[in-house]
Design a binder for this molecule. Structure first.
Ligand code: SAM
Length: 232
């Protein structure tokens, strides 16, 4: 366990952390905001990012169409609820809401600037059960009930968490909380930079989800994975 954590950390330092840059077209337009000293693990950093008007609509992993993500999320029954973690200012939440038609879709991000922007963007829209709330993905039990959701979608959150010093305990908190707010059989759809072999093994060994990686819609840079809640 200790050795796999060391390998994982090393891989993150030499691979994932340095690769944590958007590949999409907006990168050139927003490169000033995403300078090399951008700290992806800092709440203040994200607030500063979203307070800039150029970030009012920013799409991470834009090489993956939202239709590829919605097709991986389990179909919604009329009473099902969906949770999007680290929603940012992406249009993914609204696209999933329109396509999958859950009873309610809640999106969470810890940046108040981002949540304010999303509430302004959708306040007049005809999507009454699409909600955006500020909160820390490491404390999901403070915001939600046990077994509340059928599926969780994370596009870029775990990538950001992986750049922090306490990445391992943070990921454990997120996956443990996610598992508890998901109903039995619920799923965690993860859209991330391609994961190393050791990272894939590590996530499954944590025991909260059984992930299947590199699903249809993944490409040479971004991976779509789906974890099914275990009985742990
Ligand atoms: C790489 S961005 C992805 C944004 C969006 N999902 C997208 O695809 O464009 C990561 C997002 O996670 C949020 N975030 C980072 N750590 C968080 C935490 N502990 N709790 C909630 N949100 C967090 C950041 O504010 C940021 O919006």
């Amino acid at each position: 366990m200790a050795s796999s954590a060391i390998i994982f950390t090393t891989l993150i330092i030499i691979s994932d952390a340095t690769a944590f840059r958007p590949s999409a077209a907006p990168f050139s337009r927003q490169s000033r905001l995403l300078s090399s000293d951008f700290d992806f693990s800092s709440k203040q950093g994200w607030d500063d990012f979203y307070e800039d008007k150029e970030s009012k609509s920013y799409e991470w992993h834009a090489s993956v169409p939202h239709s590829s993500i919605s097709s991986i999320v389990s179909p919604m029954k009329s009473d099902d609820q969906l949770l999007v973690l680290g929603c940012g200012t992406s249009s993914l939440s609204a696209d999933l809401y329109d396509t999958l038609k859950p009873r309610k879709l809640t999106s969470l991000d810890y940046s108040l600037a981002c949540i304010t922007e999303m509430n302004n963007r959708y306040e007049d829209a005809d999507r009454e059960n699409l909600h955006f709330i500020q909160g820390d993905a490491k404390s999901l039990n403070e915001h939600f009930h046990l077994n509340q959701f059928t599926s969780i979608v994370d596009k870029g959150l775990i990538d950001a968490i992986m750049t922090s010093d306490d990445w391992d305990s943070s990921i454990a908190k997120i996956l443990k909380g996610a598992s508890s707010v998901l109903a039995p059989g619920g799923s965690y759809v993860l859209v991330s930079y391609n994961l190393s072999k050791s990272t894939k093994k590590y996530l499954n060994e944590m025991g909260y989800f059984h992930f299947t990686y590199d699903l249809e819609g993944s490409n040479d840079r971004v991976s779509i994975s789906k974890g099914i809640k275990t009985t742990k």
